[in-house]
Each structure stands twice: as C-alpha cells, then as structure tokens.
Design a protein around this ligand. Structure first.
Ligand SMILES: NC(=O)c1ccc[n+]([C@@H]2O[C@H](COP(=O)([O-])OP(=O)(O)OC[C@H]3O[C@@H](n4cnc5c(N)ncnc54)[C@H](O)[C@@H]3O)[C@@H](O)[C@H]2O)c1
Ligand SMILES: [Zn+2]
Length: 436
C-alpha cells in the first residue's frame, strides 16, 4: 500500500503566503468602499478596468443595444443552456417542500421555504467573459423566486459584454451593472450612493472576489466560497492519457492558480499523462495560463488501490472531480467531499461549466467538506413556525417547558410557560412549580 507523488505543485507555505496577500488587499479595499462609496468604486474601476461610465447600471436601451450585438446562433445557444439549467433547477425546487406536522395532539410544527429578498450575482469576466455564470446565479435565483436580482460583470475591452448582458437579461436580472472584481461585490453588499445594498452575494470569481465575499459574510449572506477553479481526474487504465491530459489542462486554463490533479492506480497512465500534458502545452492556445497553473498547482498522485484513490480524493475535496474507472458508481457512492462529480468518459467538466444543466458555481479550497455548490436551495431560507391548537397541549407543553426553564435558571422564561398553564390548563401554578 503506498501513495506516491510523481509531480507536486507549490509548497503549502507559498500558497498560504499568496492567500495572506489577497486578504490584506481585500480588507483595505472594502474599508475604502465603505468610507468613500461611489468615489472608491469609480477609482477601482478606473484602476483595474480603465472604465468610468456615467453610470455602472445599464439602462433598458443599453441592454437592448447589447442584445442586438449577439448573433442569432449565440442567442440560440444561450437559450439552450438556460433551458437545461432551468429544468434541473425546477426539479430541485420541487424537492424542497414546505411542511406542517402534528407532532403531538394539538402541537403543530412546520417550516416554509422563503426566497432571499435581494441578491447580488457576480459574473466573472476578467480573463474570459463567463456568460455561463449568469445562467448559474441569475436564472437559478429567478427559479427560486427572488424578487430583486442585481447582476454585475466587469467590462470587457471597455464595454459591457453583449452575451453576458443577454444571458443576465434572459435569466431574469432586474438590475445589470458593468462593474468587476472586489468593487462589484463590495458595492453590492455595502451599498453606495447609487447602488442599493443586497441581502446576499452569489457567484464565482478570482481570488480577490472570493475573499471579498468571505470577508463580507455576516454583513450579508453568501452562497459559498467559490474561488479559482480546481479539477481532479480519477482514472484507471480504462481511459488513455490523451483524455486525462485534456481534462486536466481544460480546467487549468482558467487562470494562473488553478489546481489540476490526476489520481490513478496506473504508473503507465500517470507517466503517459505527464508526457501528453507537455505535448498539449506546446499546441494549446491558452498554454500561457494553463502551463503556469500546471507548473505551480499540477499534481500526479499514484496509488496502489481504489481505496487509496478514494481516500486521496476525499481529502483533497476538489471542486470538479472527473471519474473514469471500471467502478464509477462506486466512487459516486463513497465520495463525500467535492464540488461536483462527472462520471464516466462520455461527459466532462466543460459540459457542467456551460450546458448540461447542473450548476457550475462550486466550492473550492476544500469548502466541499461542508457545502455543495450553488443551487436553488441556496436562495431559499427555511423558516420554522409553531402553534398549539388545544388547551390540553398548552398546559402539557407549558408544564414541561417551565421545569426545563428553571433547570437552566431562567425564571422569566418559566413564567412565559406558567402563564399558559394557568390560562389554558385552568390550574393555579405556584411560581415556577408547574406540574403535569
Ligand atoms: N469556483 C467556481 O465555481 C468557479 C466557476 C467559474 C469560474 N471560477 C473562477 O473565477 C475566476 C475568474 O477570474 P477572472 O480574474 O478572470 O475574473 P473576475 O471577474 O473574477 O475578476 C476580474 C476583475 O478583477 C479585478 N482585478 C484585475 N486586476 C486586479 C488586481 N491586480 N487586484 C485586484 N483585482 C484585480 C478587475 O476589476 C477585474 O474586473 C477564475 O479564477 C476562475 O477559475 C470559479
Ligand atoms: Zn471551467
């Protein structure tokens, strides 16, 4: 039994240092937005995106003009993707039911799923205009019934990106901002003179965006920690090196800091994949970013057994896990920490990113240990309620309640219960002595 690294990425200490730098920058920036509002937001947009429009909010005619620039084919493709995402989100919504049960005679308990009242959806667009992120957050919020949906994406080459605007508009956004990075999530969460604050921030982004959301959590809700893309391929000899290398580099191209990890029980496949990655990096047009990610965050881990592969995969808790083995369903059954699973060689992470219908906003940096990805349920708050419909139940629960309050020394609480016992049980309870 052994687990061997045929390739490692940057040491943990260097990764932690990168994170610390980002934390510092974000802290200072959010403080600035909170103090100076629009002036700070404008300055950041000028500095990072060279963009200073009269207003960051698009008017109806600007939205119309952007949509005119999208070709019929592209519009059709966007509609196809949104149809798949809406179908799955609606099925998931249907799985969440409001309940009301009578747990004892006269005791009625229930819960209701209520949409968050306003959300800010961030759609990334620094390196690539991530049109699909608009479906994932805006459309899903619409299916959940969120009454105010603000959406923001950075300008691309100094202007709103037409296909992103189209996807936001078709997805049901009520306000569309052309604003990127920390300034967008900061402004939507904290509010400025011109942007009304939202109740919750959702959507992926680069390290600065993800960290800003993390720091704003508490002030507003957030969906999850969805930072730079991570991918893992779990493979045995049922697949070849070309498929493994393609799937690793396909996601490594997101940026300079996207971990891509191969976990396998085949030394032959591991070595062939290393060679295939080198070959593909010579011809992939985005090799400039994918190559840096692979150098700094690429890993190849060789295990002896499937159990070891499973252990390594659960421990890393990667955002995307592509499984191509002779026992894919065994991994489905036993994986407990990940963002999303892609089972078998016929599908792949890019399908999930763009079109198949599952949500692509997924947990990174091991957040898969405590949460799944964005879904319609993240936009719904489950609130409980209770009522007692008979005098007998009021007296019975009141009597137990009173004693349990006094057990903790809560005299005022006990009196809340005792009052009910006196009123509805017809018994004159001596202070704090309610008996059944
Ligand atoms: N976890 C997920 O679910 C998921 C899904 C999709 C994408 N992603 C990730 O989203 C990220 C998108 O990143 P991106 O950078 O292309 O787009 P982005 O929209 O997140 O960030 C771009 C913005 O960053 C700001 N910026 C530029 N330089 C900066 C600097 N030096 N310091 C601070 N801010 C700066 C600019 O305002 C720019 O508009 C990628 O890392 C990708 O992997 C994650
Ligand atoms: Zn991707």
């Amino acid at each position: 039994m052994s687990i061997t690294h045929l390739k490692r990425g940057k040491p943990e200490a260097d990764r932690a240092e990168d994170d610390a730098k980002v934390r510092g920058v974000v802290e200072a920036t959010l403080r600035d937005i909170e103090t100076r509002g629009d002036a700070a937001v404008r300055a950041l947009s000028a500095k990072f995106d060279k963009y200073q429009p009269a207003s960051f909010l698009l008017t109806a005619s600007e939205i119309e003009a952007a949509m005119q620039k999208v070709s019929a084919r592209e519009m059709d493709d966007i509609r196809f993707a949104q149809k798949q995402i809406r179908s799955f989100a609606e099925a998931q919504r249907a799985s969440m039911t409001d309940i009301e049960v009578e747990t004892m005679p006269g005791v009625i308990l229930g819960h209701r799923n209520i949409p968050v009242q306003s959300v800010g959806c961030y759609v990334p667009g620094g390196k690539f205009p991530m049109v699909a992120s608009a479906h994932m957050s805006v459309l899903t919020a619409t299916v959940a019934g969120v009454p105010r949906i603000a959406a923001s994406a950075p300008p691309v080459k100094g202007a709103p990106h037409p296909a992103i605007v189209a996807a936001m508009h078709l997805g049901g956004a009520h306000e569309i901002y052309v604003l990127g990075g920390m300034q967008a999530v900061g402004a939507m969460a904290l509010g400025t003179e011109t942007i009304r604050p939202v109740d919750m921030l959702v959507g992926p982004g680069n390290a600065f965006v993800a960290e800003a959301k993390r720091q704003l959590y508490g002030r507003v809700g957030i969906d999850l920690f969805a930072g730079p893309t991570e991918t893992m391929v779990i493979a045995d000899e049922t697949v070849d090196a070309e498929m493994c290398a393609t799937d690793l580099l396909g996601q490594a191209e997101h940026g300079y800091n996207s971990p891509a990890v191969l976990v396998t029980n085949s030394r032959k496949l591991a070595e062939a994949t290393l060679a295939e990655v080198d070959r593909l990096l010579k011809i992939l047009p985005t090799a400039e970013t994918a190559g840096v990610s692979w150098r700094d965050y690429g890993e190849v881990i060789l295990c002896d057994t499937y159990d070891e592969m499973l252990g390594v995969a659960n421990d890393i808790a990667s955002e995307h896990v592509q499984v191509m083995t002779d026992r894919d369903d065994w991994f489905l059954e036993h994986m407990h920490s990940y963002g999303a699973l892609f089972l078998g060689p016929r599908t792949n992470v890019a399908n999930g990113d763009k079109v198949i219908g599952t949500n692509h906003t997924l947990p990174t940096k091991k957040a898969g240990r405590y949460t799944g990805g964005l879904w319609v349920g993240k936009f719904l708050k489950t609130h409980s309620y209770q009522k007692i419909t008979t005098d007998e139940a009021a007296a019975l629960i009141g009597a137990y309640g009173s004693r349990l309050c006094l057990l903790e020394g809560f005299v005022g609480h006990a009196e809340q219960c005792n009052l009910r016992v006196r009123r509805y049980g017809g018994r004159n309870v001596e202070y704090g002595t309610a008996a059944e």
